[in-house]
Design a protein around this ligand. Sequence first.
Ligand SMILES: Cc1ncc(COP(=O)(O)O)c(C=O)c1O
Length: 378
Amino acid sequence: MHYIGPKVHIDLTQLVKNYHLLSNEVGNIPIMATVKANAYGHGSVEVSKALEKEGVRYLAVFTIEEGIELREAGVKSDILLYSKLNPHGIDGAIKHKLTLNISSFDDLEILKQHNVQEHTLKVHLKIDTGMTRLGVDHNHAEDFFRQARDIDNIEIEGLYSHFATADEGDLTYAKSQLDKFNAVLTIAEELDINPVLVHCSNSGAILNLPESRFNLIRTGMLLYGGFPSDEVPQNISIKPVMTFTAPVVEIRDVKAGTHISYGGVYTTKENTRIAVVQAGFADGVPRPWYVDGFVKFKDKEMKIAGRICMDQLMIDIGSNDIKYGDEVLIFGSNQHGTIPVNKIAKTIDSTSYVLVTAIGSRPKRIYIDTMLNDLKRH
Ligand SMILES: Cc1ncc(COP(=O)(O)O)c(C=O)c1O
């Protein structure tokens, strides 16, 4: 059956390009690709496989279910779970060779009580240096390390922390976090804990605080082609991987003074034509965008007319030649132009992270591998 509805086009070739650009930028320090939340809406299996082919050996997801999904799809790389340890997930983690986040003294107790064979369970110890989310307070790192060292059924592969403000112009707080992390590393060394992986850089820190890269960087947003904020150096030529489009499914002539959509907050000023586009907030079109928002048809911007509905939105197309089935651009790029997702995010006081992860399960994801197509064509 021919699909009529919203589409998310994922350019895997661009993803791979972004990966290599980033890899060059950081002098080939290994990259832990953050593919949680369905790879920020891009499709975790496809993204992980594409990156694995390019040599990525470390992935991170949030939940154990996300990790198992990747394993069942045949992903072989190491996978770190960022979430709080789920005591009921340890056997699953062992079975699927997933690496656990150990971020509290309680987690150590759970490990002590769990009967795992020696060195079958890889863990990364997480220290809180100022994010105040998961992680043992840096002031208690020594005790935490001593207790972790005494558990002989785990391999402490990693030691890490997470920044709260690394994508901001004022790096004072991020630098104080880094100082705390460095102090914690000294403590670990003194206790003869020498994890092979030491990491604390997310996308913001990779660009703003190169001294925080250690021997692994954890990144999501840069791989997907977005900058975490406007307050980071933007001289890597990464480009967005995702483009969101939707079809026009109805066109109607309306008179001046006609109210459009819920609340009737948009009223036509003159006789015009309104097109119904089949994509709504349940698909990931950000609802507050209707106030100033537009879509693009070819190279023309068309105002969103009234509130975005759950499954549809309306646009004011005037006399433009648009017909049933024509696709409009919601964000991303096509041959006619671009609507940057971060432009929408800025306008509605949100972030690109929120917008790309809000893409629902209904839009059809279409994977484009231009390199592959090129190969096929030749
Ligand atoms: C613990 C952790 N590390 C790394 C990342 C990657 O962040 P970014 O997409 O900004 O690179 C995230 C994402 O939120 C995270 O939670």
